[in-house]
Design a binder for this molecule. Structure first.
Ligand SMILES: C[S@@+](CC[C@H](N)C(=O)[O-])C[C@H]1O[C@@H](n2cnc3c(N)ncnc32)[C@H](O)[C@@H]1O
Length: 354
């Protein structure tokens, strides 16, 4: 018997997919706008014609007009037909034009080009079960990831997450040694280093170019006296009687998070703590049906899981493994005190100790 489709539900789903395909294509326009400074040029400028925006940015007017049309269609920019002018509202500027705003989200779009470029490698990996290593991506990915995470760290790390860890702020104020494992571009390391001048910060990451970028940032920000960066794996970073060991959005990327926790257990000072920041995504698929859950699970399927698989185990957690799985790995590694210290829409922050 032929199955009859509910045509209303087909139409409803088609509309949702059309919205998504439009958004996926428009993401390229958003990335171009961010890279070329179009959003910054419109921020706070009031109504502008396409010619005025082209003059402000030094870009080709015909392209700018076409880009503006895409922005109006997506309701990022308002169009005033009477004056043929375009307005970028201040509230939208906080999201796409101001890197210091906690709502700044342009970093996500910087990840698209390098991530989409791995599609062929991903298709192969899905067939073979092999990995796509962190180091196999284009350079824009590392910068994009760092830019994506920075606004959240800048808003919460010093203000909320460190104070939520028992006794840690007191230790940082007195002066102690801190390891930031899987530090990437070192944004988290440098935020802590700026806030606590009497402590010493050691960023470790196995990705050489990221470590070099972190070193440059430390120099530029005048923090090289207290923040150093070295290439090191999460399972064998140099010891140092650390009062604090941090893992920012990287534990699930490791093929062997157990080895990283074992190394932490061995190198922590007697009263030391690990601060583990992970995406606030649920282990149960049905609990990720929301915009952030969607972004996290999609990133996991295309970046985090393939990266961990490339490290050849024993784990490939994905970024929504859930608290229970992480706590079990920590326990087996000798870190048996586990507490949820803080939680926000995008992050869960754990205080983990021996
Ligand atoms: C999603 S990024 C997060 C980077 C940084 N912590 C941040 O929050 O911006 C994951 C980081 O883990 C690092 N990483 C992955 N596997 C690693 C390993 N086995 N040892 C050390 N670092 C590793 C990557 O190079 C990358 O910088």
């Amino acid at each position: 018997m032929e199955k009859t489709l509910d045509q209303d539900r087909v139409k409803e789903f088609l509309e949702r997919v059309m919205v998504d395909s439009g958004a996926a294509l428009a993401g390229l326009c958003t990335s171009i706008g961010a890279r070329l400074g179009l959003y910054e040029a419109m921020a706070g400028a009031g109504p502008l014609t396409s010619g005025q925006l082209a003059a402000r940015t030094g870009l080709d007017e015909r392209y700018v007009r076409e880009w503006l049309a895409s922005q109006v269609a997506g309701q990022y920019v308002h169009y005033e037909p009477g004056t043929d002018t375009y307005v970028f509202p201040d509230e939208h500027a906080a999201v796409l034009a101001d890197p210091d705003s906690p709502a700044y989200s342009a970093g996500a779009f910087a990840m698209l080009q390098p991530l989409y470029a791995t599609e062929d490698a991903l298709v192969d990996a899905y067939r073979t079960g092999g990995g796509v290593g962190w180091e196999e991506h284009g350079p824009a990915l590392y910068e994009g990831v760092a830019r994506f995470f920075l606004p959240g760290y800048a808003a919460f790390l010093v203000q909320e997450w460190l104070p939520a860890m028992d006794g840690v702020v007191e230790g940082l104020e007195r002066g102690m040694s801190v390891a930031d494992v899987g530090c990437g571009f070192g944004h988290s390391t440098l935020l802590m280093a700026r806030a606590y001048p009497d402590s010493r910060f050691h960023g470790f990451d196995f990705h050489g170019p990221s470590v070099e970028s972190a070193r440059r940032a430390a120099q530029e920000q005048g923090l090289a006296d207290r923040a150093t960066f070295e290439v090191a794996g999460a399972g064998d970073f140099p010891g140092g009687d650390y009062g604090l060991i941090t893992f920012f959005d990287c534990l699930h990327d490791l093929g062997d998070p157990g080895a990283a926790f074992r190394r932490a257990a061995r190198t922590l000072a007697a009263d030391g703590a690990c601060l583990v920041v992970e995406p606030n995504a649920a282990a149960a698929p049905q609990d990720n049906i929301n915009p952030l859950g969607r972004a996290f699970t999609a990133t996991s399927a295309t970046l985090c899981l393939p990266g961990a698989l490339a490290q050849k185990g024993p784990y490939a957690l994905g970024n929504h493994a859930g608290e229970d799985a992480l706590r079990r790995i920590a326990y087996e590694a000798g870190l048996r005190t586990w507490k949820l210290a803080a939680e926000g829409p995008a992050n869960r922050v754990y205080d983990v100790r021996r």
